[in-house]
Design a protein around this ligand. Structure first.
Ligand code: AMP
Ligand code: ZN
Ligand code: FE
Ligand code: FE
Length: 285
């Protein structure tokens, strides 16, 4: 069986592998295809395409958007055009909000006695869409915390001393931005909505009405029971099943590309089904 990974992050956002290194790792891990789905940016896609040609590995261009929701809701757009003006304008707006938020996080960290500046974070992150994992790495490099977990518990996560919520689009807006670009729209890690089964079903029906095409069935945190449930919901609601590891490199060291915590198996047939659906809809593949 050919395996794939449709949820990955590179140095264009908060991952630690460059797009090229990520595609090389996909190749050496025996994956037939990956989707690069950086947060709020298409900045890594061109390098990933170049690597795809050189290394003969399929790269599906994507991005990941966090949206307003009472739980945690993330939406992936697959088959986006890296140069689409309207999409990039929206993503720039989100990155600008991120920077405003990051500056407040840094101020709060300083008030907590940590000697940190925004320049320290820029020096590490470069042109990336900067997020909390970058700040976490700076905190670790400075010895202010000794682990990722400590950084999020003490400072960066909800309840932490430097926590600042992120400004997001609502699901309607995020989905319509992606649909306007002819993307295949996937709900990432549905477990994070934290809904009982019946409410999840209703939420999926609502999201499908506004353009959702599919959901991640395979994800490192999903139990066997959840995989079965999400898979049967895909059949019942005519949603496309997807799956990916949410690989971030060394900021999530327990997650392996294409494998998650070691047992994840996402078959290439899922990509083929998505492509068939896109072809039926007259969309490019
Ligand atoms: P941001 O987009 O800046 O809000 O950062 C979100 C990213 O931080 C997620 O994609 C995760 O990679 C990471 N993250 C969030 N919570 C934690 C946590 N408790 N431990 C480790 N990483 C986390
Ligand atoms: Zn991330
Ligand atoms: Fe996510
Ligand atoms: Fe992600």
């Amino acid at each position: 069986m050919s395996r794939i990974d449709l949820h990955t992050h590179s140095t264009a956002s908060d991952g630690t592998y460059t797009p090229y290194e990520l595609v090389r790792l996909a190749k050496s891990s025996g994956l037939k295809a990956i989707a690069l789905t950086d947060h709020d940016t298409t900045g890594g896609l061109k390098e990933a395409f170049q690597a795809a040609i050189e290394l003969d590995t399929e790269v599906i261009p994507g991005c990941e958007l966090s949206v307003e929701y009472k739980g945690l809701m993330h939406i992936l757009g697959l088959w986006i055009n890296p140069d689409a003006p309207a999409l990039n304008e929206s993503l720039l707006e989100l990155r600008t909000k991120r920077n405003d938020r990051n500056e407040i996080i840094v101020e709060k960290l300083r008030k907590n006695g940590i000697d940190i500046t925004y320049d320290d974070i820029k020096a590490l992150a470069g042109d990336a869409a900067i997020g909390r994992p970058h700040i976490c790495r700076v905190l670790m490099n400075k010895g202010a915390v000794s682990s990722v977990q400590e950084a999020f518990e003490k400072f960066l996560g909800p309840g932490g001393r430097a926590y600042v919520p992120k400004e997001k689009f609502n699901p309607e807006k995020a989905i319509s931005i992606l649909k306007n670009e002819q993307a295949t729209v996937i709900l990432a890690h549905p477990f994070s909505l934290s809904l009982p089964d019946d409410e999840l079903t209703r939420e999926l029906v609502r999201l499908k009405d506004i353009g959702l095409d599919g959901i991640e069935v395979f994800y490192p945190e999903h139990t066997g029971q959840q995989i079965n449930l999400y898979s049967s919901l895909c059949s019942r609601l005519d949603l496309l099943p997807s799956g990916g590891s949410d690989f971030h490199g060394s900021v999530k060291p327990h997650i392996k590309l294409g494998r998650g915590r070691g047992t994840m198996n996402v078959p290439y047939s899922l990509v083929q089904t998505m492509k068939d659906r896109r072809a039926e809809q007259g969309l490019w593949v």
